[in-house]
Design a protein around this ligand. Structure first.
Ligand code: FAD
Ligand code: NAI
Length: 463
């Protein structure tokens, strides 16, 4: 008899959620985690600490940059750097301890240590071999290294996202390599706290994969805040000196090299799946060209009894995608019907304003067929006007023939929360008319979604 019905390797948002749901489904469940605490990248060194710093630094900037003056409020701000980092660590501890509590409550065994396959239905942790009817690989991802830029988070000169979450002081000049999600979020944190921030991006625009208009608007707003961008630029070397580093840059298309001095360099050029040290060859599993584990609609791999979820599989590397797959895989293993609609996975960049999207970009939708687009600026939204915070817009892309909503993009302070309505609408197969006919409370930012839906037929009221 197997030791467990299910063993999950990795306790990130994919793995821990899968473990809890598997236990809820009556399966004898264990989760292996090599880190000291549960919760994976997201809770320990990702979503949670970054959002804690984003929130605190936003509050600081509101006061320090005099953003409240327009309401007749003046105040002065001072940072206690140690306290700032400690409050972030407290948020992390609360949540990682919370997962440990949930494991106990649901009778999930935490097998502490590094797991590697012994066969297709057994793994080794330390000196012990455990057998299981089902094994779920939820090992997540790690930072993609940049050749020539050796990350040393302890030294704090060339850092990755983990190092950038714990810088010992605000750098004078932070150079961010990669204008993606991590670069813009953590770049915003340190800029708000006083650093000059320069983002070097290989492509001609930041935020690849997002809607074109959203990318332009985001770059415009972030530039206005003082973030500098060197697009179409590649970093050819990063050399550390006594203090700080010197970067050599070249136009992406080739050309004359220039140099740039930095106190701290953040390498944020993407993440890659964690599969090293798993002894996958003993399981019979193979990787695709991108080093990921391929799965089918049920999250089953090519080897019966082995499943995979989250960042180690294809698709966006997002915590909520991993979580939903965690629930689905545990339901599928229990013989229930697990389901994830990969066409409707929202993504949010937690800058200020936030940048959010779900479904297709206008560019991708147009490649598939004829579309109608409705756009509504927050300048026409009464709540945003009352709050004197009118940056951004809502954009709805609908099928020209069926009116079905294909994609929604939002740039706004509350975009991350507002996008949930769009995701629900798309999940239900809504048309833009459905959104336009839904009564939205007044005065709320959400009314901008209704107006954008009305704009699809050219009849918004407030613009
Ligand atoms: P992970 O969270 O990476 O967890 C995998 C776990 O498996 C790790 O704890 C690892 O130690 C463990 N492990 C790996 N191999 C083994 C092994 N062989 N044996 C035992 N244990 C093993 N996503 C969002 O949706 N929203 C955000 O705001 C957001 N912010 C982010 C900010 C930063 C700075 C970073 C780096 C990422 C952020 N992400 C965000 C991405 C998010 O963290 C990941 O998509 C998510 O954590 C993936 O979950 P996962 O369960 O697949 O893997
Ligand atoms: P990313 O893929 O978002 O962005 C990397 C950027 O670096 C791209 O713009 C790319 O063109 C650029 N780049 C690549 N090589 C380069 C080079 N040599 N020189 C200059 N630029 C280069 O990756 P990032 O920001 O590291 O984030 C990794 C993952 O973590 C993302 O997939 C994201 O989904 C996830 N994440 C999600 C967050 C969220 O949901 N809010 C927050 C942070 C991370």
């Amino acid at each position: 008899m197997a030791d467990y019905d299910v063993i999950i390797i990795g306790s990130g948002p994919g793995g821990y959620v899968a473990a809890i749901r598997a236990a809820q489904n009556g399966l004898k469940t264990a989760c292996v985690e090599s880190r000291e605490t549960l919760g994976g990248t997201c809770l320990n060194i990702g979503c949670i600490p970054s959002k804690a710093l984003l929130h605190a630094s936003e509050l600081y900037e509101e006061v320090s940059a005099g953003h409240l003056k327009k309401f007749g409020i003046t105040a002065s701000a001072k940072i206690d750097h140690g306290e700032l980092l400690a409050s972030k660590d407290k948020a992390v501890k609360g949540l990682t301890d919370g997962v440990a509590f949930l494991f106990k409550k649901n009778k999930v065994d935490w097998l502490k240590g590094h797991a590697s396959f012994e066969s297709k239905n057994s793994i080794k942790v330390g000196d012990t071999v455990y057998t299981a009817k089902n094994i779920v690989v939820a090992t997540g991802s790690s930072v993609t290294p940049l050749p020539g830029a050796d990350v040393d988070n302890d030294k704090g000169v060339i850092v990755d996202s983990t190092g950038a979450l714990s810088l010992k002081k605000v750098p004078g000049h932070l150079v961010v390599i990669g204008g993606g999600v991590i670069g813009l979020e953590l770049g915003s944190v340190w800029r708000r706290l006083g650093a000059k921030v320069t983002v070097v991006e290989y492509l001609d625009q930041i935020l690849p994969g997002m809607d074109g208009e959203v990318r332009k608007e985001s770059a415009k707003l972030l530039k206005k805040q003082g973030m500098e961008f060197l697009t179409s630029t590649k970093v050819t070397s990063v050399k550390t000196g006594k203090s700080g580093a010197t970067l050599t840059l070249e136009p992406a298309a080739g050309g004359e090299a220039t140099t740039l001095e930095a106190d701290v360099v953040l390498v944020s050029i993407g993440r890659r799946p964690n599969t090293e040290g798993l002894a996958l060859e003993k399981s019979g599993l193979a990787l695709n060209k991108r080093g990921q584990i391929e799965v089918d609609h049920y999250l089953a791999t090519a080897v019966p009894g082995i499943w995979a979820i989250g960042d180690v599989t294809p698709g966006p590397m997002l915590a909520h995608k991993a979580e939903d797959e965690g629930i689905a895989v545990a339901d599928n293993i229990a013989g229930l019907t697990g389901y994830v609609n990969h066409d409707v996975i929202p993504s949010v960049v937690y800058t200020m304003p936030e940048i959010a999207g779900v479904g297709l970009t206008e560019e991708a939708a147009k490649e598939k067929g004829e579309v109608k687009v409705g756009k509504f600026p927050f300048l026409g939204n009464s709540r945003a006007k009352a709050n004197q915070d009118t940056d951004g817009f809502v954009k709805i892309i609908a099928d020209a023939k069926t009116d079905r909503v294909l994609g929604v993009w939002i740039v706004n302070r509350l975009a991350g929360t507002l996008i949930a309505e769009a995701a629900l609408a798309m999940e239900m197969g809504a048309s833009s008319e459905d959104i336009a006919l839904t009564c939205h409370a007044h005065p709320t930012h959400a009314e901008a979604l209704k107006e954008a839906a009305m704009a699809v037929t050219g009849k918004p009221i407030h613009i």
